[in-house]
Ligand binder design. Sequence first.
Ligand code: ADP
Ligand code: MG
Ligand code: MG
Length: 480
Amino acid sequence: MATLPQTNKLTPSQLSTISPKIRDWCSCHGLLMKSKRNDPHDYSFHHLPVTLLPTPIPKILFDQAMQVQMDFNTVFDIITRKTSFLSENLKRSLQDDEYASKLMYVYNQVLKEGIAQPINFMLTRSDYMLDQSNSNNQLSLKQVEFNTVSVGFIGSSSVVPSLHRYVIRELGLTDDYNLERIATNNCLEPFAKGVHLAWKMYENDKAIILFVVLPDENNICDQRLFEYAIMKLDPSINVVRCTMADIEENATLGDDKTLYYKKQEVALVYYRSAYAPYCYPSQKEWDALLLAERSRSIKVPNIASHLAGVKKIQQVLSTPGVLESLLPDKSSVERIRATFTGLYSLEGDQGKESIAMAIKNPENFVLKPPREGGGNNLFGEEIRTFLSSSSNDDEKSAYILMDRIFPPAVDNCIITTNNSIQGTEKVISELGIYGVLISRGPNEVISNCACGYLLRTKSISQNEGGVGIGAAGLDSVYLV
Ligand code: ADP
Ligand code: MG
Ligand code: MG
C-alpha cells in the first residue's frame, strides 16, 4: 500500500486544533445523529464518528467492487423472483428461528394470495474487506455480506470525501495527499433517481412515498438527506415518515390492493425499519409488514428480496454449481465467485464437519445467525462455546460459518462525538458498494447500477464496529 503520512506523526497540537474544526464541519454538513436522551423534548444532535484521514484502497480492487455490484444485483433479482429457490433453501434452515420463520410466514401468505406488484426495486449494498491471507501477499476483495434491507448511510457517506479534503488542507498535508485521489461518492443521487423512477412507474403522481422508520430513530439526518435528494429531483413527490405501528393503525387496503395511508394512495414503501427483531416489538409491526406486502405498492425491499438477503442465501450461493444455475453469463459468475471467501453450512453431515473445524480453530471463523443490523455474530471462543453445546442444536442450521477475513491494519484516528482525539490507533476498514436495481419481470431490467460507496473503519481490536454506537467511523476511499 502507498506510504501516506502516518497519523502518529501529527503533533498533539495539530490533533487538538483539528477536532473542533471537524465537529463544526460535520454539524454544518449534516453528518449528525440524534442524541439518545430520556427527555423527549430534548432534540439535540451530535456528530457521527468519522476518521481523521481517508484510507488507502487499491484502485484495482475498488473498481472490481464497483463492477461486480451489477452482477450481484442481477443474481439477487433472479433469486427474488425464484420462489422455489428461496423456499427450498430457507424453509428447513430457518424453521427453528422464530424471527426468520415469521418473515417466511409473510412471504408464504403473499405467495398464496399472488404477488400484487411485479416491480422489484432493490437498494442494495455489498460489503467487503480486503483480505491479505493468501500466500503471494496480495490483497484481494472478499465479500462480508450482501444487504437488501434498510441499507443505511447513503446520505451521510456521500459527504465524507469533502470532509477529508477539508481536513487535509487544514492539517497542511496537501503535499502528501493528492486530493483528486479521494474517491468522490455520488451515492445519493442515483438512489434518489431510482426512487423517482420507481415512483413514476407506479403511475399516479398524487401517490405518496412512505419512509418507514423506527419510533426512536436517531440516524435521522442520514435518512433526511436521502429524502431531500428525492424532493430535489421532483418537488411534487410527497415523502411521509411513519413507523410500522403507524401503518398498522392508519393504513388500509383497497379492493384492488391499493395501499392507502391516512387516505392517501401509497406508491412506494421504503423501509429503514423491519430488518431485525427489535423492529417488531408487537404483533402490530408484523401486521403492518403483511399489509404492505399484500398491497400493490412498490416495496423497498419486498419480502422476497428481504429474504434473499438472509445470510443463509449467501452461503448457498457459494456452493459449487449454484451461481451457474442462476446466471447464464459465465464471466458474471466468475466475477462474483472471486469475491467469496469460505462459507460453510451447519446442516446435515457436512455441517458436522464444519462444526468440528470451527471448534478446532474458532479464531479463523465468524459464526452468523440470520440477523441484520450488527452485533449478532459470534467470534473466537464464543463460537466454540455455542457450537459445543447441544442445547443449541435446533438453532444451528439457521447459522452460517464463514472464514474470518483479516484486512491490513493502518494508522488512523476515529473521532467520536464527545472525545477530542486521543491519539492514533491501528484500524481496519470495510468497503460497501451501493447498488440500484429496478425490474418489472424476469426479462425486463429497467435499471441496474453501482452507485458510490460506504467506507467504515474500526479499531483492529473490535470484532464488529457499528457507526451508530461509535465503534466505527465513516471514512472515505483514497485510491492508490
Ligand atoms: P450485519 O448484517 O449484522 O451487518 P455482517 O455480516 O456485516 O452482519 O457482520 C457484522 C460485522 O462483523 C461486519 O461489519 C464485520 O465487521 C464483521 N464481520 C462479518 N463477517 C466477517 C468476516 N468474515 N471476517 C471478519 N469480520 C467479519
Ligand atoms: Mg447486513
Ligand atoms: Mg454488515
